[in-house]
Design a protein around this ligand. Structure first.
Ligand code: BLA
Length: 315
């Protein structure tokens, strides 16, 4: 049986998503981010030579301890993608979450696609970026290759979606000149501009991935791998969602979910530990300081100018 790419894409999408309606989610109501998840899965599944990642199996049937929240988790891989994973939590009016990450295989120096959206009655948060593997100030060639062509898109959305005020200052090293960090005023605000930004950023990433050629230089590949590992280590250890995930799933499942699904690779891409990468977090007796930030919050205004030059002196 020969299926065209589109048909294959759709069949993977529907089989990945089927059997997920475990009840809950505000009485089965549509989740705020369902259409984001559907879009991401079909955009990737139709364009890439993808297959489901085995690690998604264990997490397909996750049920939150509140008996309310409906969780959808999907993960794929392809020749170029080591990990494409999407997670949504539909907790009705109380909480809506979308978390998407796409990591290429270490042969590619592609940025990491990152969407992190969170909504409660008190708080709406959007982080959307192509997180750079290398510092764009120290590596102008890297910036030129991946970000200069996207500055006009980034500037357009940065104007529509105002900078979300101070944030954990350590986070800024993981962000690119086109990062969108904003706090929408209401859930409706996610539906248009944020959805359109999400689609454009994903399309931009998929375009880059399509053009990318694997490196054959062992040192470059090792460097890419370490950069992924350091990033995953940061997120698996200091993710702002940790507390909520812990409450929803309990410690044991939460740790497995974080280390094997959300930030898959943190245990396999390298040998180093969190404190090897982030020694400033070393506490008494060699423990890791619990706080998310040792420096504190900073960057009240967007620290990149329109040319994508990091200029925190703008503040
Ligand atoms: C808040 N999430 C945030 C903030 C950022 C991010 C920048 C703003 C608060 C701050 O850190 O100062 C996201 N931070 C990132 C990302 C990177 C980073 C993407 O360093 C990448 C390198 N977030 C989740 C999930 C949940 C979640 C799954 O990913 C919930 C289940 C929740 N994010 C969440 C919450 C806050 C938040 C609750 C507010 C936390 C706070 O203000 O302390």
């Amino acid at each position: 049986l020969q299926l065209g790419a589109g048909a294959k894409g759709r069949s993977i999408v529907s089989s990945a998503l089927e059997g997920k309606d475990l009840g809950g989610g505000g009485g089965g109501a549509e989740g705020l981010f369902d259409k984001f998840l559907d879009h991401a899965v079909s955009a990737v599944a139709q364009r890439e030579d993808v297959s489901p990642l085995p690690c998604q199996e264990e997490f397909r049937q996750m049920v939150a301890s509140d008996g309310q929240s409906l969780i959808k988790n999907v993960a794929f891989e392809s020749e170029k993608l080591r990990l494409f994973r999407c997670a949504t939590i539909n907790g009705g009016d109380n909480m809506q979450v979308l978390n998407v990450a796409i990591c290429a295989r270490p042969e590619y120096d592609l940025p990491i696609f990152c969407a992190d959206f969170f909504s409660t009655p008190r708080m709406n948060i959007v982080v959307l970026d192509l997180n750079p593997l290398y510092n764009t100030e120290q590596r102008p060639d890297y910036k030129e290759k991946y970000f200069s062509p996207l500055l006009s898109m980034g500037n357009k959305y940065a104007e529509l979606l105002p900078w979300g005020d101070k944030l954990t200052s350590e986070s800024i090293q993981f962000f690119s000149p086109i990062v969108l960090w904003t706090r929408p005023g209401s859930r409706e605000d996610f539906q248009e501009t944020v959805f359109s930004a999400f689609k454009d950023y994903l399309a931009a990433w998929l375009d880059m991935a399509e053009k990318a050629e694997p490196s054959e230089d062992a040192d470059e590949v090792a460097e890419n791998r370490e950069s992924h590992h350091r990033y995953l280590m940061w997120r698996a250890t200091k993710d702002p969602g940790r507390y909520i995930l812990m409450r929803l799933y309990g410690e044991e499942l939460c740790e497995r979910y974080i280390n094997e699904f959300l930030f898959n690779g943190v245990n396999t891409l390298g040998e180093k530990e969190f404190l090897d990468y982030f020694p400033e977090y070393r506490g008494a007796n060699g423990s890791i300081v619990k706080q998310r930030s040792v420096v504190g919050k900073a960057y009240e205004v967007r620290p990149w100018n329109k040319d994508g030059i990091f200029s925190p002196s703008l503040i």
